[in-house]
Design a protein around this ligand. Structure first.
Ligand code: ADP
Ligand code: ADP
Ligand code: MG
Length: 458
């Protein structure tokens, strides 16, 4: 490596902190994890070479404290910081602060991050590169402006936060009388979640699949794609199950999407791991650019399973100035992978979070199965953070083998003490619509939950 990394700071928690520790081990790098007071005894803290407290439980006072994290990273002698996903992963100020203090940031340069961080700016960039975007508007500053554009964009449309992420700050508008309410709630949510109430409109594609392309670039201008992931099993615009390859994408479409993703990434001189998200209209099979996530994603393991590439290790080596370990020709795709996100939530009660002590915990461990988790028997799931307990990832020679293996993995997964979405995932995997891939991004809410949870559905 050009800039040797012997010790790396993990500015995150949960399963991704554990995942980053594992990548450090493999690379012979020491791992220091920054923990909040509530996370002192987590698995990442136990597995890392060192854990250092960065503040109290609320994320705003610990995992989101730029200066506390940079001070901790410098104070513990780290040369690099891995931000994981969420928290500060897409915060250009955090990256700038790291760089200012001589820390390598495991992610793209601030310029690429800001070019893609704002969705309106990213849409503009896509347009100049002739990458299709969903018909939409620029910034809309009032319900009256929305009404003025409604005819042109056509109902239904989405009001989306330009700074949005994690499915937040987004509202569907199906008729004129919904405009005022949707505008108020979307901008309020965007203001509180992202400190930026800027909204824009985008036509809502009803029969859609979410398909995204993983890219990986180094600082010498090499950039490759690692195929696509289909993340159409969603609730409230948040992903629940992801797979690779997409069952609805053929080789010609795959090549076109990869080409569009690479053109965008090259244009912003993208370095490190990133994901270009598209929405695919099932009626026309046309795809449109949604956004680029300038970080590692939750669902990266499905790509690792089909390509055999360790994305987190690549990220760290790229940050250290190493060239990509593979060229496009060397990327091989083998079989099919599926991931289920297991959350501590109660589907029957509108997916209400269910924190508490885990009293039984036996994840599946057969060949072709992988579980990324920070949980263990006796772990207390704190109420302060997101509710993901584990990701179950399986690989099979084809989609149907992967589905069978996932069904087996979920069946043998013992988790007790907190309620989890394991039964929900078992039911989805057994559903003929999922098996035949006859689903859209609305399937969970419009069909599955109504059918399975009846009157209690969202
Ligand atoms: P992925 O495609 O990696 O699943 P998600 O949008 O689900 O991406 O986000 C991953 C995690 O990061 C989730 O915990 C989500 O709540 C969080 N997240 C994503 N974007 C933001 C953001 N802009 N601000 C705060 N949290 C975010
Ligand atoms: P976030 O930053 O919150 O991830 P995205 O723009 O990536 O926001 O959208 C999240 C999800 O919302 C998508 O995966 C898709 O299911 C849905 N969505 C977003 N835009 C559209 C659209 N124009 N038409 C249909 N669905 C959309
Ligand atoms: Mg997205």
């Amino acid at each position: 490596m050009k800039h040797p990394i012997t010790r790396l700071f993990i500015a995150n928690r949960g399963e991704i902190a554990v995942r980053i520790v594992a990548a450090c081990r493999k690379l012979g790098i020491e791992a220091v994890v920054g923990v909040s007071e509530a996370d002192r005894h987590t698995l990442a803290a136990q597995l890392a070479d060192r854990a250092i407290c960065i503040g109290p439980a609320p994320a705003a006072r610990s995992y989101l404290k730029l200066d506390a994290i940079v001070t901790a990273a410098k104070g513990t002698g780290c040369q690099a910081v891995h931000p994981g996903y969420g928290f500060l992963a897409e915060n250009a100020n955090f990256e700038a602060l790291c760089v200012e203090h001589g820390l390598l940031f495991v992610g793209p340069p601030a310029s690429a991050m800001s070019a893609m961080g704002d969705k309106l700016r990213a849409r503009q960039t896509a347009k100049t590169l002739k990458v299709p975007v969903v018909p939409g508007t620029d910034h809309v500053d009032s319900p009256d402006t929305v009404r003025r554009f409604a005819g042109e964009i056509r109902y239904p449309f989405l009001l989306k936060a330009s700074a949005g992420g994690g499915g937040r700050g987004m509202r569907i508008v199906r008729s004129a009388n919904e405009i005022d309410g949707a505008f108020t709630s979307a901008s309020a949510e965007a203001r509180s979640a992202f400190h930026d109430p800027t909204l824009y409109m985008e036509h809502y594609i009803e029969r859609a699949r979410h398909v995204e392309v993983q890219v990986l670039g180094d600082e010498y201008g090499s950039i490759v794609h690692l195929g696509e992931r289909d993340c159409s099993v969603q609730r409230r615009h948040q992903k629940l199950i992801e797979e690779s390859p997409s069952p609805v994408v053929d080789p010609v479409l795959r090549a076109r999407m990869a080409d569009a993703a690479l053109r965008l990434a090259r244009h912003v001189r993208y370095v490190n791991a990133g994901t270009v998200e598209f929405i695919l209209d099932l009626d026309s099979m046309a795809f449109y650019f949604l956004e680029m996530n300038t970080r590692i994603q939750v669902e990266h393991p499905v790509t690792e399973m089909v390509t055999g590439i360790d994305l987190v290790a690549e990220q760290i080596q790229i940050a250290g100035g190493a060239p990509l370990s593979i060229s496009q020709d060397e990327v091989r795709f083998d079989g099919h992978a599926i991931e289920c996100r297991i959350n501590a939530e109660i589907p029957e009660r509108d997916f209400m979070p269910s924190p508490g002590r885990i009293i039984e915990w036996e994840p599946p461990s057969e060949a072709g199965m992988r579980v990324d988790t920070h949980c263990y028997r006796g772990y207390v799931v704190p109420p302060f953070y997101d509710s993901m307990l584990a990701k179950v990832i399986v690989h099979g020679r084809d989609r149907s083998a992967a589905i069978s293996r996932m069904a087996k993995a979920l069946d043998s997964f013992k988790a007790e003490g907190v309620q989890s979405t394991l039964p929900f995932h078992r039911a989805v995997l057994a559903h003929p619509d999922f098996e035949d891939s006859r689903i859209t991004t609305q399937w969970i809410e419009q069909d599955f939950c109504r059918e399975v949870y009846g009157a209690h559905s969202p």
